[in-house]
Design a protein around this ligand. Sequence first.
Ligand SMILES: Cc1cc2nc3c(=O)[nH]c(=O)nc-3n(C[C@H](O)[C@H](O)[C@H](O)COP(=O)(O)O)c2cc1C
Ligand code: SF4
Length: 424
Amino acid sequence: MTAVATPVLMQGIGEADLRNIDVYRERGGYKQLARAFCEMTPASVLDLAKASGLRGRGGAGFPTGSKWGFLPSNDHPRYMVCNCDEAEPGTFKDRMLLEEAPHLVLEGILIGAYGIGCKHAFIYIRGEFKRGYEIMRRVVEEARAAGFIGKNLFGTGNDLEFTIHRGAGAYICGEETALLNSLEGKRGEPRLKPPFPAVEGLYKMPTVVNNVETLAYLVPILERGAQWFSAVGTDKSKGYKIVSVSGHVKKPGNYEVPMGTPVRDLIELAGGVREGRKVVAVQPGGGSSACIFEEHLDLGYDYESMQKAGSMLGSGAMVVFDDTTDFVRAAHSLVRFFAHESCGQCTPCREGGHWLEQTLERLVHGRGLPSDVDILKKASRQMTGLNLCALGDSIEPFLASVISRFPEQFEARVASPREVAASV
Ligand SMILES: Cc1cc2nc3c(=O)[nH]c(=O)nc-3n(C[C@H](O)[C@H](O)[C@H](O)COP(=O)(O)O)c2cc1C
Ligand code: SF4
């Protein structure tokens, strides 16, 4: 069977200029926002999010409605923050939504904000997304002029303000508490949790941080119902997912599919690998995920199946490796990224990343020491689970998976004692 994409959030992208508010409205845009404000209570929006089974698309896959439910019931101001920092290696879906369907993103954020009873919502946009930032500024002005942001929305007496914040290009600011610090004008460093943002978030007030894709799905869920969404996918991974497929495929890009679509079909959607080549590994959930291999290609792309295969779905970035891959270089490039992006608060992450990078650097140049492969395995294991945030745990999964699958590639880069002596 030939795999087909099922555009929901991606519907109309490439066909119409969805950046234009008139075009967006002609296609039904902002009707769900009006419905939420005029016909629904915040509690019923929350119930709908829960009933749909929507899980966060930013990485952890936490159920969205349950997360909103953690907000304490007090009369403090509460904030909705949309996380558009997207810097996970291999992930490029939020950027596409920001640039190609910005009104959908905004409508989703405003609906989510209403659902948690918030009067001021934010979007935190990655510093490098200059084009997306400028598009969102225009879009917000248009939405304000149309009466979708500001005071007494739809004559209901409800106010909702909106602020765009542009980051400065640090991967760690995608971590929700680092993002909140950055939004407050502080250094973008993760906070100790608990307290979690739901209890003490932006300006120490109850806050929800949700991913762009998560919030955008609220629009079709409101339009078509929780049942429509939850009927698609698997038992625990409901609905649709935009997957960024890249690496050794002929048509890298974003593909929206039902959760549980076989990994093999996603590779096929992306054009398959080059003639005469075969897939030897797939990193299914962004730079922090372990590789899965040929024997896993018929598994469904969903949270549980990826976990069972020893990896994770993460933010939905699938990197495909064919049989020409140099996994020593691939590991070096990824470890260099994580080492560079460490904020430096935790010793294992700050020091470990650089040691591993240097060790891999030796191997890349064929100057590895006999102990290096063992050091890579042990040191990456030892730095895991000892850090404030998940970045410090991001190196081990990929590294350990490719060393155990392709040990010969790493061992072949160990130099003989004579070569080592000659290179000193
Ligand atoms: C190092 C690091 C980087 C992250 N980057 C992002 C990001 O760019 N976008 C995102 O939505 N979530 C990112 N997350 C996850 C967020 O902390 C948070 O869980 C997410 O925004 C919650 O949204 P969701 O519930 O809709 O998935 C990152 C987490 C870590 C540890
Ligand atoms: S794990 Fe790394 S990035 Fe995260 S807080 Fe610690 S030092 Fe910073």
